[in-house]
Design a protein around this ligand. Structure first.
Ligand code: FES
Length: 65
C-alpha cells in the first residue's frame, strides 16, 4: 500500500493522481497502476481514462476558472 495518495486538479486539464494502489474503469476492469497518472476530465481523450493531451486541442476550460 502506498504511503500517501494525492489528486491534483490541473487548471483546464486533467486530474493527476499519485500513490494509487488500484485503478478500475467504469466496467470494473483493473487498469495498469502507475506511480503518477493523468486522468481525463474533458471527455476528449482517445485513451480514456488517461489524459492524452486532447484537452488542449479542444481548448477545454474548467468552468471554475
Ligand atoms: S483532460 Fe487531457 S485529454 Fe481530457
Amino acid at each position: 500500500m502506498s504511503e500517501f495518495n494525492r489528486i491534483d486538479v490541473l487548471d483546464d486539464g486533467p486530474l493527476v493522481a499519485e500513490g494509487l494502489d488500484k485503478l478500475d474503469n467504469s466496467k470494473g476492469d483493473d487498469l495498469e497502476v502507475r506511480k503518477k497518472v493523468a486522468l481525463c476530465r474533458c471527455g476528449a481523450s482517445e485513451n480514456k481514462p488517461y489524459c492524452d493531451g486532447s484537452h488542449k486541442a479542444i481548448s477545454f476550460i474548467d468552468e471554475k476558472n
